[in-house]
Design a protein around this ligand. Structure first.
Ligand code: NAI
Ligand code: MG
Length: 363
């Protein structure tokens, strides 16, 4: 799927989502101008708590057909917990996108950027992707309680793994690994303790890699317990990491946490076939504690835009955006860098504008 032009639905959402989005858009437009891409950007005010307060719902009834017309959704953040409960705002927006647009891949880069200190004392060169199954597995609604409140109380929740669901995430991860120089895939499992679904996950990986001739890849697996330890002890050994919904959830918070501030990490919720739009967003939320101060780090938002261009195969533009982010962070000018990364007077505007200038000026 490499369209000549992209139609993008822009949803700033709440809080600092509204503050970082303008810088994300400026950087995307700079990359588009520089590399001759046609980007059609249409902004929507729904999927925000302001919209909820006006309309009594997070989104209009026809949101699905409205957004289906776009190639991708560029999303800020949602949530104003003092005014609208988080389960209402989240289930009424982001989680609907994930389910109804079958965004079955959650994708996060874990990369230690220059100028950003890692919480690990000896991080090495961290540069891997976490691929998480995003629709089934441990997060099913199958189960229940009986004899509640009595001594016979029973509570059951089932894990659901379908062949379609398991194969498609493993295939995505295999292809991603093949596209990278190290060609190395590591699968998260727990087939020693979870004796039915996890051996199935392992078997499907073995079968797919054999059937489809992935002899050029190095493929290995770790049980999730030691896997988390290795991410802290020796993260530079990983290249592409794949996990079920639960294991992927854990790894996709742990990985970026090892690369420093939450303000820089991006995330993709992807429907790889392009049957529905994919969604690209920063990992962080609406940060009510710093909202309105103009100091939110815009890098997560800008990097999410970079991932979006990369996803659609605009390699040159995506490469230039990534280099611009890295260069500005490496220079580390304290009047440009935001306070969460140790800057002094840097703001959302100063940092975003510096990256925009690099994109326009850089080769
Ligand atoms: P948060 O990510 O909004 O903030 C956590 C901490 O990190 C805060 O101290 C914040 O100031 C800081 N932080 C976050 N992004 C930053 C940035 N770009 N630059 C500098 N500092 C940054 O998470 P929190 O506080 O748990 O949630 C706040 C609201 O956001 C809630 O309503 C929550 O449900 C929502 N949320 C939404 C997400 C989304 O839209 N995908 C993801 C996470 C939370
Ligand atoms: Mg999580």
């Amino acid at each position: 799927i490499t369209p000549q032009s992209l139609r993008i639905a822009v949803i700033p959402g709440d809080g600092i989502g509204e503050e970082v989005m303008p810088l994300g858009l400026r950087c995307l437009k700079a990359a588009a101008a520089k590399f001759g891409l046609a980007l059609e950007l249409t902004e929507f005010e729904f999927a925000s708590c302001d919209y909820y307060l006006k309309h009594g719902d997070m989104m209009p009834e026809d949101w699905h057909s409205t957004l289906s017309a776009y190639d991708a959704i560029y999303f800020g953040a949602v949530g104003m917990p003092d005014i609208v409960p988080d389960h209402v705002s989240l289930w009424g927006s982001l989680l609907k996108f994930r389910r109804d647009f079958d965004q079955y891949i959650s994708l996060r880069p874990c990369r230690l950027l220059p100028g950003i200190p890692s919480p690990l004392s000896n991080p090495g060169d961290i540069d891997f992707w976490v691929v998480r199954e995003n629709t089934e597995g441990e997060y099913s609604s199958i189960g229940g309680k009986i004899f509640e409140g009595t001594e016979r109380e029973v509570v059951i929740q089932e894990t659901v793994m379908t062949r379609i669901g398991v194969d498609r995430v493993l295939n995505y991860a295999l292809n991603l690994a093949r596209s990278r120089p190290k060609k190395h895939l590591t699968s998260a499992t727990k087939s020693n303790g979870i004796s039915i679904t996890m051996p199935y996950w392992d078997e499907r990986l073995k079968a797919l890699s054999a059937e489809r001739g992935y002899d050029d890849l190095k493929i290995d697996k770790f049980h999730i317990d030691i896997f988390t330890a290795w991410i802290v002890l020796n993260p530079s050994q990983f290249d592409v990491v794949v996990g079920s919904n639960l294991f992927g959830d854990i790894l996709s918070d742990l990985g970026p946490a090892c690369t420093g501030t939450i303000g820089v990490a991006p995330s993709g919720n992807i429907n790889p076939e392009g049957k529905f739009p994919s969604l690209f967003e920063p990992v962080h939320g609406s940060a009510p504690d710093i909202c309105g101060k103009g100091i939110a780090n815009p890098v997560g938002m800008i990097w999410a835009g970079q991932m979006m261009l990369q996803h659609f195969g605009f390699k040159d533009a995506a490469g230039a955006m990534m280099r611009a982010i890295e260069d500005v962070l490496a220079e580390g000018a304290s009047h440009i860098i935001t306070p969460d990364m140790g800057g002094s007077t840097g703001t959302t505007e100063s940092l975003g504008a510096a990256i925009e200038r690099k994109i326009l000026g850089g080769a």
